[in-house]
Design a binder for this molecule. Sequence first.
Ligand code: FES
Length: 77
Amino acid sequence: MKVKVCVGTMCHLMGASEILTVIQEIADNDPNIELVAVTCPGYCHVGKKPPIIEINGQVYENVTVESVYHILKEVDK
Ligand code: FES
């Protein structure tokens, strides 16, 4: 799965670096995860709540270090 983590200013202020670290740790043990850090794709400008990640084109907002585990597990099913 392709996971994009926004590290733009708004997402950064809301904890994107912690999200990135968590997903990186998971990706280190899962060759199916392709992780990319991206600059702001504009979702925060259209009302989505940071921090924002995108998995296989699906947008997830207001992601936390806790919820990201569940999101990845759900997508992996
Ligand atoms: S800063 Fe993350 S979507 Fe804009």
